[in-house]
Design a protein around this ligand. Structure first.
Ligand SMILES: Nc1ncnc2c1ncn2[C@@H]1O[C@H](COP(=O)(O)OP(=O)(O)OP(=O)(O)O)[C@@H](O)[C@H]1O
Ligand SMILES: O=P(O)(O)OC[C@@]1(O)O[C@H](CO)[C@@H](O)[C@@H]1O
Length: 308
């Protein structure tokens, strides 16, 4: 069982329009509502992979109740902390030329008692899992070291923990030594406070972060696939060239696939090949955090994994 933590859940609204024009009234051609916030995408993809997950974090107000109904209808197991702070919406505007523009609400503030209640719930439910994923932003009112605390609790019980976040949350979370993190190039730059150009510099940056006490640093590189840096080795997994439909949630799909890899005991190269195939397959569907098995299997056969 894999537990996915989403402190800042959202209803993800994908708006399909011809062309975004600032300052004009625009009618949306098609709107898709999906339970979102990174960890909910992770949970859905784990289910697509055929493994059991339990989604936790916060849901609040009418939007939270609506997300709960959608998760239950999709048979995504969940055990959330409920709050009166309304769950946010995140909007992804998709134009016909493939441009994607995201508008992410901050999320209504949570109270200290909300957070304390969640920490207590988390302590109980992690007994039931082998792997924990912790993803995304947190609403106001949540301390910046929350992920450090959660990772510490999971590691004290010998769970594998994947952390996928950014900014100060990542900086603080790393202090607890998660098993894996999945930064992209921008997140490495922000974490190390440097500019990075080209693959070699990405690898150097990832090696520095790995030495901070993280077993596996997976760096996602969009259409160029992903790098994996461990204490002993560096691998690059490259997907075949594909025409994407919606890339939002592909980082989450990658996290889900690594979590499944840990759960199944895959070795590093198997895990990387699988993660690249699952995340690339996610870009071929309109819904965030979803893939078709036949897409994944076709791409899997064509992923090139190279030891550098
Ligand atoms: N154009 C693409 N073609 C093939 N695979 C892709 C493409 N874009 C993304 N992927 C796959 O998805 C993975 C994650 O994508 P990306 O590097 O964009 O993550 P990210 O920056 O964390 O994105 P996000 O947080 O928006 O989901 C990549 O490592 C790759 O395997
Ligand atoms: O504000 P956060 O938590 O960092 O990111 C939220 C979000 O953009 O991430 C997902 C894509 O990765 C979307 O489903 C969601 O709306």
């Amino acid at each position: 069982m894999i537990i996915t933590v989403t402190m800042n859940t959202a209803v993800d609204k994908a708006y399909v329009i011809e062309e975004l024009k600032k300052g004009q009234v625009m009618r949306v051609k098609k709107c898709t509502n999906t339970p979102g916030g990174k960890g909910l995408n992770v949970a859905r993809v784990i289910k697509c992979c055929g493994e059991e997950s339990l989604a936790t974090g916060f849901l609040g107000g009418h939007t939270g109740a609506c997300i709960k109904d959608m998760l239950d209808a999709q048979q995504v197991q969940n055990d959330f902390s409920y709050t009166s702070s309304e769950t946010r919406a995140c909007i992804n505007i998709l134009e016909s030329d493939g441009t994607s523009t995201e508008l992410l609400e901050p999320g209504e503030p949570l109270g200290q008692e909300d957070v304390a209640g969640f920490i207590s719930k988390f302590g109980k439910i992690i007994e039931r899992c082998n792997v924990v994923t912790i993803s995304g932003s947190v609403p106001e009112g949540v301390e910046i070291d929350i992920y450090e605390k959660l990772i510490g609790m999971a590691k004290a019980r010998n769970k594998k923990v994947i952390l996928d976040t950014s900014g100060m949350l990542l900086k603080e979370g790393i202090k607890a030594g998660p098993t894996m993190i999945k930064p992209n190039r921008d997140e490495i730059e922000a974490l190390l406070g440097i500019r990075i150009n080209g693959r070699d510099e990405v690898i150097e940056g990832a090696k520095k972060i790995q030495k901070m006490g993280i077993d596996l640093v997976a760096v996602s590189l969009g259409g160029d696939g992903a790098l994996v840096v461990t204490k002993d080795a560096v691998f690059h997994g490259k997907p075949p060239k594909i025409t994407t439909i919606n890339t939002v949630g592909s980082g989450d799909s990658m996290v889900a696939a690594f979590a499944v890899g840990f759960e199944r005991g895959y070795d590093i190269t198997e895990m990387l090949r699988y993660a690249v195939a699952v995340s690339a397959a996610n870009t071929l569907t309109m819904t965030t955090g979803n893939f078709q098995m036949e897409d994944m299997e076709r791409i899997y056969r064509e992923v090139a994994v190279e030891r550098l």
